[in-house]
Design a protein around this ligand. Structure first.
Ligand code: 13P
Length: 257
């Protein structure tokens, strides 16, 4: 694929357990001002659940999309601590992150629960960013591709082509998250190309060519451009470097427009 035919970049900030509603509003006001220059990328922010409503209001009139960091598979019931897809829709949130490695690592998330969450999100009209990626042990044991293929086939089991078109995949090698160790552009490209091939196997070429695959793991203003220049890297899922609007804007503006 020629670089000009590349998918529109999609850069999302995952705030994890940071920021109150008031801090969220302040941040979004600042980012909106910076974004007046209008870089040609899609942008999303995923604040904690408690700040979603304020975030949606603060982002109105801008192109910033607001995402949830997780979503449950039931609409209601005795499920203490969970948030239903319909509750997010009611706040005009249109997107949810599913299967982040921190959910898998600390909260018992599995490919099966990831699959249920994706299906429920899509059925309720939310789009999903699905996170996958290998641990250091798996990479050193040369199991990266096996792990990615299993996470994709189990996590996306039973989805239709139409479902596939509403997904973004975030490749986040666990060893690169919050560690300052970024995958080299070649390493990341190799994984992204492999992921795209798996998408072609379970959906088809059209879906594989349109799904955006974000890279995540210590993305910073000084490494964003070289990562984004890779043919199969279509964006970034940014943790730490998304917490300050000026730093995140430098990543959004990686082309230096
Ligand atoms: P860092 O950018 O802080 O490494 O986090 C990446 C991440 O987990 C985004 O979801």
């Amino acid at each position: 694929m020629s670089p000009s035919a590349k998918r529109r970049p999609f850069i999302a900030g995952n705030w994890k357990l940071f920021k109150t509603a008031a801090e969220t509003v302040q941040y979004i006001r600042a980012l909106k001002k910076l974004m007046k220059k209008g870089p040609e990328v899609d942008v999303a922010l995923a604040p904690p659940f408690t700040a979603l409503e304020s975030a949606v209001k603060a982002a109105s009139g801008s192109t910033i999309a607001i995402a949830a960091q997780n979503v449950f598979w039931e609409e209601e019931g005795a499920f203490t601590g969970e948030i239903a897809p319909g509750m997010l829709k009611a706040l005009s949130v249109g997107l949810a992150i599913v299967g982040h490695s921190e959910r898998r690592q600390y909260f018992g998330e599995t490919d099966q629960t990831v699959n249920r969450r994706i299906k429920a999100a899509l059925a309720a009209g939310l789009d999903a960013i699905v996170c996958i990626g290998e641990t250091l042990e798996e990479r050193e044991g040369k199991k990266t591709k096996r792990v990615l293929s299993s996470q994709i086939s189990k996590g996306l089991a039973g989805l239709t082509r139409e479902d596939g078109l509403r997904l973004t995949i975030a490749y986040e090698p666990v060893w690169a998250i919050g560690t300052g160790k970024t995958a080299t552009p070649d390493m990341a490209q190799d994984a992204h190309q492999y992921i795209r091939r798996q998408l072609e196997k379970i959906f088809d070429k059209k879906v594989a060519n349109s799904v955006r695959i974000q890279y995540g793991g210590s993305v910073k203003p000084d490494n964003a451009a070289e990562l984004m220049a890779q043919p199969d890297i279509d964006g970034a899922l940014v943790g730490g470097a998304s917490l300050k609007p000026d730093v995140f804007f430098k990543i959004i503006n990686f082309k230096g427009a």
